[in-house]
Design a protein around this ligand. Sequence first.
Ligand SMILES: [Zn+2]
Length: 102
Amino acid sequence: MKLPDLEKWAGSVIYKRGDAYHRSGQVEKPAMTADGALIAWVFGSEKYATMVEVENGALSSICTCPYDDLPPCKHAVALLLAYLNFLNRDRYLFFIDTLYFT
Ligand SMILES: [Zn+2]
């Protein structure tokens, strides 16, 4: 999975919020589905299920939060940053089925 410039993708305001979420550990157990999408629970005022995948070379995100402007939301940014952090530390990423969220 190649990541484009996250700050450009999300805009600097959303990026900073997502970064703060990631730094304070609000992304729980990022995981990867069988078809390569990233998913996790992200905690804020409530708990949201967030998924990020690559479609035609571009990132796209889905989240259960009420942010209904154009994606992505801060939860998607936080998830991607948590994922990168996992990679940087050679941590094992869980593989789970998307059925987990249904
Ligand atoms: Zn969200």
